[in-house]
Design a protein around this ligand. Structure first.
Ligand code: CUA
Length: 324
């Protein structure tokens, strides 16, 4: 069943215009035609006219009853349809989104990928303040409230060529405007391939020497693993009990994502090429800017790191890029 309510909400403008013109026309005609003139007699009194009183009691009752039937019909239409669905737990952080594919056992950050034509059931929660989950092209807004689980569902009928942009629609602090996420709609078969890729652990040791140096930084002097997890490196799996203490996004497949920190910067590996241990053009690389000065780029966020040298950043970029 198609849901006109969630599809751009185009009002039936012509119907509204006809009703408006009719009602206003009769009103203006009556005001002019039946206005009081000098010496005009008192109007005809209709008090106590049972026929009229019955008509204007019964007619609106019938009309409201018809509206009630339409309302109930629509309410049933909005109930979640039966059949196969994908269940995603959505956690609003300050300021990024965590997507936990509960039955497939993996997590992403700021990237929601869904199969075409399938009911996507979302369980929304927040670990801090109130956010609001919104994909303008696909859904209405639903509040994401700490200590409370809100549920919603949607269905995407069309494949995406460029991802839809989802956003936070409730003021949640200084970086509320930087809490975006990408939504990609894939064919069922492509979606299954994506799932299989996301479930995999990262390589225990990258082969490229620069990336390997980046991994050592991640695990050691860079202090990254105090907040971030990579399955196969510092986590046994996506549900490793250690994830409880990690406040940053899981980075296992960071190389396949396209947003940094809720869209404050875009992450495009083609602008972040590392050759001989150096970034070819670090100023055009969003990930360089982020690792160089995360608090300058997004003041107030939780990513507090020491100053890294350009060589160290190039190593981290090479490593993160390898996490496809
Ligand atoms: Cu989260 Cu605004």
């Amino acid at each position: 069943m198609r849901m006109p309510l969630f599809r751009g909400m185009k009002p039936k403008r012509w119907g509204l215009i006809i009703v408006f013109v009719l009602v206003e026309g009769v009103l203006i005609y009556s005001i002019i035609r039946f206005r009081e003139r000098p010496n005009s007699p008192a109007p005809k009194q209709i008090h106590g006219n049972n026929t009229l009183e019955i008509i204007w009691t019964v007619a609106p009752s019938l009309f409201l009853f018809a509206v009630l039937i339409g309302t109930i019909y629509t309410m049933f239409g909005l109930a979640q349809p039966a059949g196969p669905n994908v269940e995603v737990r959505v956690v609003g952080h300050q300021w990024w989104w965590e997507f936990d594919y509960v039955h497939e056992n993996f997590k992403t950050a700021d990237e929601l990928v869904v199969p075409q034509g399938t009911t996507i059931q979302l369980d929304l929660e927040s670990n801090n303040v109130i956010h609001s989950f919104w994909i303008p092209q696909l859904t209405g807004k639903t509040d994401v409230i700490p200590g409370h689980h809100n549920r919603m569902w949607f269905k995407a009928d069309d494949l995406t060529t460029t991802p839809y942009r989802g956003e936070c629609a409730e003021y949640c602090g200084s970086q509320h405007a930087h809490m975006d996420f990408n939504v990609t709609v894939l064919r069922q078969s492509d979606y299954m391939t994506w799932i299989t890729t996301q479930q995999q652990a990262a390589a225990a040791k990258p082969t490229d020497p620069t990336a390997l140096a980046g991994q050592q930084l991640f695990l050691g002097a860079g202090n990254c693993q105090g907040c971030h997890g990579i399955v196969g490196v510092n986590l046994q799996g996506f549900n490793d009990p250690k994830t409880q203490g990690l406040i940053g996004p899981n980075l296992t497949h960071f190389g396949s994502r396209r947003l940094i920190a809720g869209g404050v910067l875009s992450w495009d590996p083609s602008t972040c090429q590392v050759v001989n241990g150096k970034l070819v053009n670090q100023n055009s690389c969003g990930l360089y800017q982020w690792l160089h000065d995360p608090l300058g780029v997004k003041p107030g966020n939780d990513m507090v790191i020491g100053q890294l040298s350009d060589t160290q950043i190039a190593q981290l970029v090479a490593y993160l890029e390898s996490l496809k």
